[in-house]
Structures are given as structure tokens and as C-alpha cells.
Design a protein. Structure first.
Ligand code: AMP
Length: 398
């Protein structure tokens, strides 16, 4: 019997992440990661049934070549004819898109118009769309935006206090990202406490290498920590998060740095990496902090304090707190960070359940607060690919 398989693509400028999901049961049948694309060293790694193997892309080293190699791999298993649609993670939909959309020429033109808002990401996403259109000719393509979920933010939450002309002329405002993850996690969290998402006040911390936190009320995003770009907000693997914008003038004058150099430093050399001088990887930071490394210890302290502070402010945006959710690689696995964050939140009535917190790791969901807590904290593994696959199937009429 023919399956309803959806190919989910997430393209970066030199990378391509792909997953083929069975839309009926959410199973991932094949996944891949193409790296160093557009260079002669390009290769793609496929994973099926826990086994990995690598294919060099020498003579077809661009994104289209990588998608072509993926089609060849699907043919090997006789799965190619079952792929019915392609879903694309698209970083920026601007103010135009508050939901996923079936891609046509007009949508492509709109995505091109959004390039100034996401100059690093949207061109790569468009490359992925064109590659899929060329290799999987005739299949429907769907764009699923990181920004879409946050289009419900009220004006007072998305507006920066700068001259109004900047918004009118350049659409300079807060957008927020990780929307697909928040949209997946919110109803799951409500289900765990036996409520409808529309009746819950949620604060969701998506903590991965990139990290952001969102307030959800009535099932809708009310505020989120990332802004015009993903740089704003929490401390991240390599991003500073919130910082006084005067740092640009200060470093230009005193360190002779250019705007590009400062932007690069704030995005790629700051956060856990910059503070520790060791790594952007939270596991390394935790290990070294445990051994007494002062930079790693400070990195963890700043990360945790900023996160706790943001949870308090997001509880304001949600009008209170019923459920605090931890997700993303760090949120799903770091019992250390979760317990220390909860330690700051006693005033909101949250009390960590030490044993439950230790159990909720490595893919295990669960409540991590004690029964007498005034609000519940839960760990929920996110699944952005599944969300993209479901949207893609729905909009493709499957
Ligand atoms: P993501 O971007 O969602 O894949 O998350 C990546 C982050 O999750 C990295 O900083 C990892 O170090 C972190 N992470 C993964 N496993 C663990 C773990 N067991 N303990 C702490 N952090 C973890």
C-alpha cells in the first residue's frame, strides 16, 4: 500500500538537513545531513534504521546535488514514489505570513522580499525550495515559517521604542523565531496537565544552541525573547542575547572594530562560548564547571540567571503561569540547568521534584515539579519536523 511520506528540508547556506516522515504515524524513515555544500568537499550523511553512511557529492556539490543524492537514496529503498510533498523550514516570513503556506510563484516573490530581514537564512531556504522543485518535479512544496506563530504578538510586545519611521519604512520590529517548536509544544504541555491549550498560561523555554522563550495565552504567542533577529534575548551557545546597543559605538571607537566584526562577535563568539572560552556545547560547559573551571562556571551562572529572569517577565506576558515548559537539546536534557532555574522561581510557587527532574531526560517527557507547586514545570521533547510534515500534508490536501 502506498504511504504518505513527506520530505522535510531545512537548508542553510552550506548545509541541508532532511528527514522523510510517514505522515500517518510520525515515523522518520530516513534522515540526512549535507555539509560543506557549494565547496568541492561537499558530502551528505544518510541515516536509516540507526545506520549511517556517507556519500561524497564531488561532482554535484550544491543543494540541488544534495537533494538529488537524497532522491537516489530513497530509490534504493523503493520509497521515492511514496514521497507526496515537500515541507521547507523557512526562517523569516515577515509580517506577511502568520501560518504555513503552499508555495507558488507569488510566495517565492514574497520570500525574496523578506531577504533583507534574514539575509543569511532566507536565501538558503529559497535555494532548498528551488532544489526540491527541480529534483522532485511536480510535488507540492510548503513553507513553514519560524516567525509565523509569533504574528499574534500584540503591538506593545513587538514594537521597539525607536522612531516610528523605522517600523513604517523597514518593518523594523520584533518577530521572534522557533515558532514551529512552540506551536508543537504548547498543546502537548496543555495535554499533560489535562487542559485545552486555550485555557492555559504557558511559558515555553526552547533551549538549544539557539535559545528563546515564549509566553502563550489562549493558545497564541503573546511575547517572545528573540526580536528583529535571533540575537536578542537569552544567552545562547554563541550569541550574547540582550546587550546594551551602545556596545557598537564603544567598540568602534575603542577597539577599532567594524559593525560587521561586532555583529559577528555577538552572534558567533559570545554566549556560552565567549564566557567560558571553551565551547558553545552545554555538556562541555556543565562538565568543566563541575571541575571548577571559572569561565564555564560563570557561563552557566549567567545563562541560568538570564533564563530565570526571562521566565518571570514572560509570566507577565502570559498573565500568570500554569505551565513552564523546557524543550530543545538543553531543556530536554540538562537536569542541572532546570533545577537551578527552578531554584530562582520559588516566588512563583514552583518547586523542583529532584527525582522526577533526573528522570525527564534523553527523550523522556514529564512533570518535574512537586505536587504542591502552584504551577507545573514539564519537560517535552520538541518535534519541529513532525509539525512541518503535518502542515505540509494538510496544505497539500493529503
Ligand atoms: P539543539 O540545538 O536543540 O540540538 O541543542 C543543542 C544543545 O543541547 C547543545 O548545547 C548540547 O550541549 C545540549 N545538550 C544535549 N544533550 C545534553 C545533555 N545531556 N546535558 C546538557 N546539555 C545537553
Amino acid at each position: 500500500m502506498s504511504k504518505n511520506l513527506i520530505l522535510v528540508l531545512n537548508c542553510g547556506s552550506s548545509s541541508l538537513k532532511g528527514a522523510v516522515l510517514d505522515n500517518d504515524n510520525g515515523e522518520v524513515l530516513l534522515s540526512c545531513l549535507g555539509e560543506k555544500l557549494t565547496t568541492p568537499d561537499a558530502y551528505i550523511t544518510f541515516k536509516k534504521d540507526g545506520q549511517k553512511h556517507r556519500v561524497e557529492l564531488a561532482d554535484r556539490h550544491d543543494h540541488t546535488g544534495a537533494v538529488g543524492a537524497l532522491l537516489d537514496e530513497l530509490k534504493k529503498y523503493g520509497l521515492d514514489a511514496d514521497v507526496k510533498a515537500v515541507g521547507h523550514r523557512v526562517v523569516h516570513g515577515g509580517e506577511k505570513y502568520s501560518a504555513s503556506v503552499l508555495i507558488n510563484d507569488e510566495v517565492i516573490a514574497q520570500l525574496e522580499a523578506c531577504i533583507p530581514l534574514a539575509p543569511l537564512h532566507n536565501p538558503a531556504n529559497l535555494t532548498g525550495i528551488r532544489a526540491a522543485q527541480a529534483i522532485f518535479a511536480g510535488l507540492p512544496n510548503v513553507a513553514v515559517f519560524d516567525t509565523a506563530f509569533h504574528q499574534t504578538m500584540p503591538e506593545h510586545a513587538y514594537t521597539y521604542a525607536v522612531p516610528r519611521a523605522l517600523y513604517k519604512k523597514y518593518a523594523f520590529r520584533r518577530y521572534g523565531f522557533h515558532g514551529t517548536s512552540f506551536r508543537f509544544v504548547a498543546p502537548e504541555a496543555a495535554r499533560i496537565i489535562g487542559k485545552d491549550v486555550k485555557d492555559c498560561r504557558l511559558v515555553i523555554a526552547h533551549l538549544g544552541n539557539g535559545a528563546s522563550i515564549t509566553a502563550v495565552k489562549n493558545g497564541e504567542s503573546q511575547d517572545t525573547s528573540m526580536g528583529f533577529t535571533p540575537l536578542e534575548g537569552l544567552v545562547m551557545g554563541t550569541r550574547s542575547g540582550d546587550i546594551d546597543p551602545a556596545v557598537f559605538g564603544f567598540l568602534a571607537e575603542n577597539a577599532n572594530m567594524t559593525i560587521t566584526q561586532i555583529t559577528d562577535m555577538l552572534n558567533k563568539k559570545s554566549g556560552l562560548l565567549g564566557l567560558s572560552g571553551l565551547s558553545n556545547d552545554c555538556r562541555t560547559i556543565e562538565e568543566e564547571s563541575g571541575k571548577g573551571h571559572p569561565g564555564a562556571k560563570l557561563a552557566l551562572d549567567v545563562f541560568i540567571y538570564r533564563l530565570a529572569k526571562y521566565i518571570g517577565s514572560m509570566a507577565v506576558a502570559a498573565g500568570g503561569l500554569d505551565v513552564l515548559v523546557f524543550t530543545g537539546g538543553i531543556g530536554e536534557n540538562s537536569d542541572i540547568i532546570r533545577e537551578r532555574v527552578l531554584g530562582y522561581l520559588g516566588f512563583l510557587g514552583l518547586k523542583a521534584d529532584h527525582e522526577a527532574n533526573l528522570k525527564a531526560r534523553f527523550g523522556n517527557a514529564g512533570v518535574i515539579t512537586t505536587a504542591d507547586s502552584a504551577a507545573v514545570a514539564v519537560v517535552i521533547p520538541t518535534n519541529e519536523e513532525l509539525m512541518i510534515a503535518h502542515d505540509t500534508a494538510r496544505l497539500s490536501g493529503l
